[in-house]
Design a protein around this ligand. Sequence first.
Ligand code: BJW
Length: 250
Amino acid sequence: MTSVSISPDLVERLRTARQVTVLTGAGISAESGIPTFRDPGGLWAQYRPEELANEAAFRRQPVVVQSWYAHRRAQVLACAPNPGHEALAALEQLVPELTLVTQNVDGLHRRAGSRAPLELHGTLLTASCIACGRPDAEDRMAHVTAQDPAPARCPTCAGLLRPDVVWFGEMLPDGALEAAATSQVCLSVGTSAVVYPAASIPLIAREAGAYVVEVNPTPSAIAARLDEVLTGPAGTVLPQLMAAVQATPS
Ligand code: BJW
């Protein structure tokens, strides 16, 4: 296992912080076997985001989009959280107020034990009607395949069923930017930091005086603007960071 150099300064800051914000992206789930979006071989090596991740694309080819999400949902349900997710769930036990903001739609933070992750881009585990908003209680969308002649529809109003994710141009839940602005430490883990407003979370935290650290094997679009970069996979770096924090006497 690669060992990463963790500064005593970072350990002390984490140990004494009252508020910590953690932003995660697809990279934290890569070691669980879930492809990222923009890495070579990632989800968008085959499909361009504008073809699948916005409402207009969905209305143009609903079966393609529904079957893509059904496929990804099955893939996620066959995967398990990894030591990176588990280290963040453990960090939550040590910090008085930890806000975990995830761009991921895979639910793995919850399955690792994180209490209330703020799922900024929603979840692909559920779906609802695009017209009346009723939940897809019978999981009709989960069974759509690319060969189906017609899309899955709401049994009440016949509207199209869509995954409960946030596509480009759609609004996000509140709370993440506010948490970033009042934290003493912010970790940005496994994100390319090219999608906004998520990418502004570490920058807002830094602007407000937090110590901001990136965890990524490859520097993100904002790495040069942060305080420290821990270069390596989250499943290796985060457990080492946690071990260092736990090993330091209070
Ligand atoms: C590892 C690793 C390992 C690998 N360990 N690391 C400001 C400027 C410009 C544009 C905008 C702006 N503000 C808003 C916009 C528009 C737009 C946007 O950001 N566009 C840019 C692309 C230019 N944003 C929006 O539209 C957002 N909504 C919004 O702003 O609403 C307000 C509004 C609405 C209407 C009118 C006006 C205002 C919504 C964004 C929704 C994004 N949704 C998606 C799809 C979700 C559904 C699905 O899953 O299909 O979310 S896009 C996609 O990208 C997905 C991800 O969450 C997101 C981020 O990707 P992420 O997680 O960073 O993954 P990758 O693949 O990019 O990176 C992986 C990283 O992991 C890499 O760095 C690797 O190195 C690393 N890695 N292995 C650690 N083992």
